[in-house]
Design a binder for this molecule. Structure first.
Ligand code: TRP
Length: 450
């Protein structure tokens, strides 16, 4: 096969791709979503299921997704179309690309609102240096979340920044940003681990995080763990597929994926070790929902020496980490509009972001409507969060696994993965052919039958 080229250029090296993919993976999913979902599902059992899902399901699906993108070298819609033609598959497989684009935009619509809270907390943290302001973290979070004007402004700012970067082309600037943001974020997290282990309720916190058995592992927890694995790894919607289209040939996809998975899982676990000892020390309810991290960290920053400044820097970095994820959520749609509809990249980036911004207003108003609605599980936000991570991402992942495991012929996948045809290839192939489909369908079935 003659190697194809992407019209959007290439990453300068494998490192650039690993950085971009890790930048996409590491974000609010690790810092905000992981602790709150783990807290809502009783801790240890969920965390164990999550780790198993990451390794056994997430990793092979990530390899499948990168494989499709790099072989197709186009946006997810065109790559799935091209490969299904080449492999004599059904034309309907383009739906995989299209559904992924929709999923990404729906995720971004609320992701951007939460990233907006993180931006708002930069200012909130500084303000906490004023005596008397820091007293009631729960009330302060409720104020930030409930303040429609602040949410609206921060949501708009964040999406505007994402659109601006994507308009210029993702390869430009992303590498440098990730190189700066990720190591600094990890250093701050390590300092916070030290702080939490010295002042937190370490025993209770770590027992909650790591010991299974407090609640029984059921279909609900399993599906939530699967959804969180896909969400935090950025797999199942085509973001990595779009990035992999710009990946130079000749690198081994298995090792590349393993590095991304390891970095991402490491960050989630660090955050867990920070958050739960503090949760128990401050008496915050672990199942308190989407405010968990904001409240807990705000309490810690209020007590820490220099915490106001440290907190502001932390939330600024978190917003930057969210930005490198938001870019990945936008890229498939923008690449598709630019390639298939001949829209200039710049215009495509702004149009798509504008649509996402509108959809996101629903989330702004959900939380703006007051604390009662915020706790309700039938709101606009709760419905979107459930449909995207617990339905659409697993469906996308299932489709990618079936496509690479059953539709593509063994030879082309082996050639593209570059891990030979030995035991590692066989393990990947059994995962995509059997394990992933069984796990996703099993999780749907168990969760539906509760
Ligand atoms: N993984 C990111 C996070 O953890 C969010 C994200 C970026 C994402 N791209 C994605 C989630 C693609 C699902 C699919 O913050």
């Amino acid at each position: 096969m003659t190697p194809r080229q992407s019209i959007h250029g290439q990453w300068s090296s494998r490192l650039a791709f690993v950085l971009a993919a890790s930048g996409s993976a590491i974000g609010l999913g690790n810092v905000w979503r992981f602790p709150y979902i783990a807290g809502e599902h009783g801790g240890g059992s969920f965390v164990l299921a999550y780790l198993a899902c990451v390794l056994l399901i997430g990793l092979p699906v990530m390899m499948a997704e990168i494989l499709i993108g790099r072989r197709g070298r186009r946006n997810p819609v065109a790559s799935t179309r091209l490969l299904s033609e080449e492999e004599a598959g059904h034309a309907g497989w383009v739906l995989l690309g299209k559904l992924g684009i929709l999923t990404g935009l729906l995720i971004l619509s609320y992701y951007s609102v939460v990233a907006g809270w993180s931006l708002a907390y930069v200012w909130e943290s500084l303000r906490a240096a004023v005596p008397g302001v820091a007293d009631d973290a729960a009330a302060r979070f409720a104020t930030v979340r409930g303040d429609v004007v602040t949410s609206f402004v921060c949501h708009s700012l964040f999406l505007g920044a994402s659109a601006w970067v994507v308009a210029r082309g993702v390869a430009r600037g992303l590498e440098r940003t990730v190189k700066l943001v990720m190591p600094t974020l990890v250093i701050l997290l390590l300092i916070l681990v030290g702080y939490s282990l010295s002042v937190g309720a370490v025993r209770d916190g770590l027992a909650f995080l790591l010991l299974p058995g407090r609640v029984e592992l059921d279909g609900d927890i399993f599906l939530a763990a699967l959804g969180q694995a896909f969400f935090s790894l950025s797999v199942g919607m085509g973001a990595l597929m779009a990035y992999a289209a710009y990946l130079p040939r000749g690198h081994e996809i298995g090792a590349t994926s393993a590095v991304i998975v390891a970095a991402n899982t490491g960050v989630s676990l660090l955050v867990g070790v920070i958050v739960f000892p503090l949760v128990f020390a401050y008496g915050v309810a672990p199942d308190g929902g989407e405010g968990l991290v904001f409240q807990t960290l705000a309490l810690a920053f209020a007590d820490m020496p220099g915490g106001a400044l440290f907190g502001a820097v932390f939330f600024l970095l978190l917003s930057a980490a969210a930005l490198t994820s938001a870019i990945a959520l936008l890229e498939p749609a923008v690449a598709w509009l630019a390639e298939a509809r001949d829209v200039p990249r710049r215009a495509a980036a702004w149009w798509v972001s504008g649509a996402v911004w509108l959809v996101g207003l629903g989330t702004v108003f959900t939380f703006g409507a007051g604390p009662e609605t915020a706790e309700d599980t039938t709101t606009y936000y709760a419905a979107l969060a459930f449909i995207t991570s617990d339905v659409l991402l697993p469906l996308g992942a299932l489709a990618m696994a079936v496509f690479t495991g059953w539709v593509m012929c063994k030879g082309s996948t082996a050639e593209e993965l570059g891990i030979g045809t030995g035991s590692r290839f066989r393990a990947w192939r059994s995962a995509t052919r059997l394990l992933v489909p069984l796990a996703v369908l099993g999780a749907f079935w168990l969760a539906a039958g509760r």
